[in-house]
Design a protein around this ligand. Structure first.
Ligand code: GLU
Length: 472
């Protein structure tokens, strides 16, 4: 056997036929963690041989998302740039009699598949073109008949030991003579993967469980080409909360969608790591570096990994609270494009503790950046207060606040001065509620003293004036 593995080398091999979705991102992360932990190499391979469905835009999305996570690669390849390599091996297989041209038409194949399925048989290729003579092939080609290249599958049981799932066995008669390439310059997935995994000296193939049925095909090809076999680890399927396979139906599935909603990469990495892996302890907060230290393939589970958005929200809150105010303000800027940075910083300070997603900042703090607030005057009233009572309170607030100097305009001072007034009303809501609503126009917000401090004296008084006009 050629190519024994001297070094640990893994690959992440996305097809740029869509944005990077969570399932694939997790595969990238697990490969990366494993490579880093074992001091091996991580290879990024763009599988873009399907020219019709692949696009540079998706490739950019995938690369952008990986970089955003902090996942870096040691080597980069694009399959579309390696066509000659595949052609070389295809020719070899054909010359060795291990692959052949198949001239069956799409309609013919479809009819056969249909017949097999309705007879309860597995839909495998009939083998019609398997034994065409060289002359027949040449004749067909001379007549311009279209063909694809198929693998001459040997009849046998294919067994391998999956590092996560243990012994796996497939019967090759259920696989049949699968297709390798549309023609010499258009290889298909299973074939291109086998060539690349060999040429790139991949020691471990770590990928989603949805690929497990491809593995026996790839092993048969490795045997035909006398390639050594990498170790395989198939990651558990990702499920929605209803235990159905995770799909668009469960909400966003692409990494860039999450990024646009204001999830932090640290939270996403921490979250994804636990989709199928756990450290075996109670600990749940893990940075990338912590994960690299503690990760192991042995601790990956077989059963489906359930995607729980509440957990992601929780983790995002944890990482938001860990940011310095300056960092968090910077991160929030794109989500509040009309805000001035200094003002935004004050607003962010009010909400850092309870923010779950950066995108919430716009709605939570919009009152900061408006000159006139729009709300129903009824909102100003606490419990069964009348218009008159509410107006009285607002007048009182105006009077008291007018006398507080800019210098003394702090949360603590405001509280010291206003709390006794509020307490004297027996129900402090009678003062605190109208004040808070006057300042924010919202049913729920940060506390009135914090908000008043952040708004500053002038704006605070202006808003109380607006409220008085509204209620009169
Ligand atoms: N291009 C395949 C995919 O995106 C890669 C599968 C593999 O890792 O072999 O699903």
């Amino acid at each position: 056997m050629i190519n024994e593995f001297k070094q640990l080398r893994v690959r992440f091999a996305p097809s740029p036929t869509g944005k990077l979705h969570l399932g694939n991102a997790r595969a990238a992360l697990f490969n990366y963690l494993f490579a880093k932990k074992e001091k091996g190499k991580f290879i990024l391979r763009i599988e873009d041989t399907d020219l019709e469905r692949s696009s540079l835009e998706f490739e950019k999305d995938i690369i952008g998302s990986l970089k955003w996570f902090g996942i870096e690669w040691n080597e980069f390849y694009r399959q579309s740039e390696r066509i000659e390599t595949y052609a070389k091996y295809l020719e070899k297989l054909i010359n060795d009699g291990k692959a052949y041209h198949c001239f069956c038409s799409e309609e013919e194949l479809e009819a056969k598949r249909h017949e097999q399925m309705s007879g309860g048989l597995p839909p495998v290729y009939s083998g019609k073109c398997r034994n065409l003579s060289d002359e027949e092939v040449k004749k067909n080609q001379a007549e311009g008949k279209k063909s694809i290249i198929r693998f001459k599958s040997p009849e046998k049981k294919v067994k391998f030991r999956d590092l996560i799932r243990g012994e796996v066995e497939f019967d090759s008669s259920l696989i049949g003579d699968f297709s390798l390439a549309k023609d010499l310059v258009t290889p298909l997935y299973n074939f291109a993967v086998v060539v690349d995994d060999f040429e790139m000296k991949i020691s471990h193939v770590i990928r989603g469980e949805d690929h497990i049925s491809n593995t026996p095909k790839q092993i048969l090809l490795q045997e035909a080409l006398n390639f050594s076999q990498p170790k395989y680890a198939h990651l558990p399927i990702m499920l929605g909360p209803d235990r159905a396979k995770l799909s668009k139906r469960h909400g966003d599935t692409s990494v860039s969608d999450y990024r646009e909603q204001g999830y932090l990469p640290e939270a996403m990495v921490n979250f994804m790591a636990f989709l199928g892996w756990n450290p075996g302890t109670e600990r749940e907060i893990y940075s990338m570096n912590d994960l690299i230290k503690d990760f192991s393939l042995e601790r990956i589970q077989k059963g489906g990994a359930i995607f729980d958005i509440e957990r992601l929200n929780y983790l995002n809150g944890v990482y938001i609270r860990q940011k310095s105010l300056d960092e968090l303000t910077e991160l929030c800027l794109p989500f509040a494009p009309n805000a001035e940075k200094k003002q935004l910083k004050k607003a962010v300070a009010l909400y850092q503790e309870r923010l779950k997603k950066l995108s919430e900042i716009a709605e939570l703090t919009d009152f900061f950046f408006k000159d006139v607030l729009e709300y129903n005057k009824e909102l100003l009233k606490w419990k069964n207060m009348t218009d008159g009572e509410t107006k009285e309170i607002l007048d009182k607030l105006d009077k008291i606040l007018c006398d507080i100097s800019d210098k003394k305009w702090t949360k603590e001072n405001l509280e010291k001065i206003l709390m006794p007034e509020a307490e004297s009303l027996k129900d402090r809501g009678k003062l605190l509620w109208p004040l808070r609503v006057a300042l924010t126009g919202k049913k729920a917000s940060a506390g009135p003293f914090e908000v008043a401090e952040a708004l500053g004296k002038e704006k605070t008084l202006d808003r109380i004036k607006q409220a008085r006009e509204l209620i009169k």
